[in-house]
Ligand binder design. Structure first.
Ligand SMILES: Cc1cc2nc3c(=O)[nH]c(=O)nc-3n(C[C@H](O)[C@H](O)[C@H](O)COP(=O)(O)O)c2cc1C
Ligand code: SF4
Length: 518
């Protein structure tokens, strides 16, 4: 039997030199006359160990990492194909604590299968959900998704089943499924990872959404900065079409469904669902006023489901294993699992899928292993550029939509960016206002003008100009932005700004005052 060696081909691993490692392995195997197939899998999400090479042995998979091209000759000489010893040998990847502690439902196959092998996909449980869905009524599918408790993973946490029910209830002859793959949040990469590592699961989820709501066409809105994800999704859609998973008769059923990838230029605001729809229609990405909701009047004025990649990719396992299985994970009203993305100044950066409920401290200190610099953690920003900065004092907060909201924070797309004690929180607050000013679509005044004024006022605080007055002004401005903005870009920018001010007031005092206080 030809041995199989797995070298991740996703953009995270590529950035760390996976292509060079794959080439060195191919050359080394040829030189030694060894028979082995190199499979370019997705990443398991342990990025500090990438490029992580795995070999399939009689005792299961054995991992090595992080592998550099220079390590390859010694690895091959040490009987890599049989899982031989080497300083980089990690053993059974599933036993690495970072992986072992996870509950991988949505990412069950990521890093294990060949992303573009439909046979691999089926062999690892793929298509079981869609097969069940084609035998069900749309209403029964919607009920199952509703009962699972799945909430949108794009940021707002809106119940997916309710959104689908609204679209199902419309009578329009043409409806759409739009997958939001814009993934603009800082420190997030779950959408990209699954599109590159297990694209069929997204296709399967979108097909189920189509059958459940009566939509026959789906679009994946991807950003141009994700060229690998675009390539993999395009290839997977073509394979799915040939195999009859997409097309006039999904898995031989009377349901038609097809998908197209559309590429956006990469504006943060184009991740906001109505702006995204404008962009998909070929217009400038500017936010639409709601109502009407996209579920009633969305793409080209038709009823449209807009869902995040992870929301849609979580549906197949729900259909396959049942609503109760999925709902059993999590806490409170946050049901199921969430792929937490740990990034920034952290020792063990990567993707960690677990049921809701881990505390922020467990995620940062135990799973993430603290900072990469070894200095104390000062703050973590949760939920992207519009998320709050949490200090250590809030590390007992469980990862749960309501628990975070109660502490003036948000989970968003579950990105966590870690900062050590050298971070200047005034600069971070200024950055939040500046980001809002740069990315604002310009439709409403609190955001368009407020963010520019916000930068100016924070600059005055930094310069020590009447700081107390300016701080009161920033708080007032944040209030106006929070309650007066049309969408969450302007409406949520106050979260990072006010959390920085509230939890790290010393960073907003002139340096001379801090020195005097010490
Ligand atoms: C400024 C802004 C940017 C957003 N960016 C994204 C994004 O990149 N991806 C995403 O899925 N949702 C994003 N959202 C949320 C979407 O508007 C929408 O709530 C989501 O796509 C709905 O899907 P879900 O219910 O599956 O989460 C953004 C919202 C705002 C206000
Ligand atoms: S809050 Fe900002 S991004 Fe949102 S609609 Fe208003 S101007 Fe546009």
């Amino acid at each position: 039997m030809t041995a199989r060696i797995f070298v991740p081909g996703d953009s995270g691993a590529l950035a760390l030199g996976a292509d060079k490692v794959a080439r060195a392995l191919a050359d080394g195997l040829a030189e030694r006359g060894l028979d082995a197939e190199i499979v370019r899998n997705g990443s398991r999400g342990l990025y500090w160990l990438e490029p992580m090479v795995e070999v399939e042995t009689e005792r299961g998979r054995i991992a090595y990492g992080p592998v550099a091209p220079a390590d390859v000759p010694a690895l091959l000489a040490g009987d890599l194909l049989a899982g031989g010893d080497h300083a980089l040998r990690l053993g059974d990847p599933e036993e690495i604590p970072f992986l072992k502690r996870q509950s991988r439902l949505t990412f069950a196959r990521c890093g294990i299968t060949d992303p573009l092998s439909l046979d691999d996909y089926r062999a690892h449980g793929g298509l079981a959900g869609l097969e069940k869905a084609v035998a069900m009524t749309p209403a029964a599918i919607v009920d199952q998704v509703t009962e699972s408790g799945l909430r949108g993973r794009g940021g707002a946490g809106f119940p997916t089943g309710i959104k689908w029910k609204t679209v199902l209830a419309t009578t329009d002859a043409r409806k759409y499924i739009v997958c939001n793959a814009d993934e603009g949040d800082s420190g997030t990469f779950a959408d990209r990872m699954i599109m590159e590592g297990d694209p069929f699961v997204l296709i399967e989820g979108m097909a189920i959404a189509g059958i459940a709501t009566g939509a026959t066409k789906g679009y994946v809105y991807l950003r141009s900065e994700y060229p690998h994800a675009i390539r993999v999704m395009d290839a997977a859609i073509a394979i799915a079409r040939t195999a009859g998973i997409l097309g006039a008769s999904v898995l031989g059923s009377p349901n038609a469904f097809d998908i197209e990838v559309r590429v956006g230029a990469g504006a943060y605001v184009c991740g906001e669902e109505t702006s995204l729809l404008e962009s998909l229609e070929g217009k400038r990405g500017q936010v639409r006023a709601k109502p009407p909701l996209p579920a009633h009047k969305g793409l080209f004025g038709r009823p449209t489901v807009v869902n995040n990649v992870i929301s849609l990719a979580s549906v197949p396992v729900i259909m396959d294993k049942g609503a109760a299985f999925y709902r059993d994970f999590g806490m409170g009203r946050s049901r199921g699992t969430i792929p937490i993305q740990i990034a920034g100044n952290v020792r063990h950066g990567g993707l960690f899928e677990a049921g809701f409920g881990l505390t922020l401290g467990e995620i940062v200190d135990e799973i993430g292993g603290g900072t990469a610099t070894g200095r104390p953690v000062k703050a973590v920003q949760v939920g992207g550029p519009l998320g709050a900065y949490f200090p250590r004092a809030l590390f007992d907060t469980p990862f749960d939509y309501e628990a975070f909201a109660a502490k003036d924070g948000l989970i968003g797309h579950a990105g966590i960016v870690v900062f050590d004690d050298t971070a200047d929180m005034l600069k971070q607050a200024r950055f939040a206002m500046e980001f809002c000013a740069v990315e604002s679509c310009g439709k409403c005044t609190p955001c368009r003008i407020g963010s520019v004024r916000g930068v100016e006022v924070i600059d005055k605080i930094a310069a020590g100009e009447a700081p107390d007055t300016q701080i009161a002004l920033v708080s007032d401005l944040c209030n106006t932005m929070k309650f007066g903005s049309l969408c969450a870009l302007g409406g949520f920018t106050p979260y990072p700004v006010m959390s920085a001010l509230t939890h790290f007031p010393e960073d907003f005092r002139p340096r001379a005052m801090n020195e005097a206080a010490e």
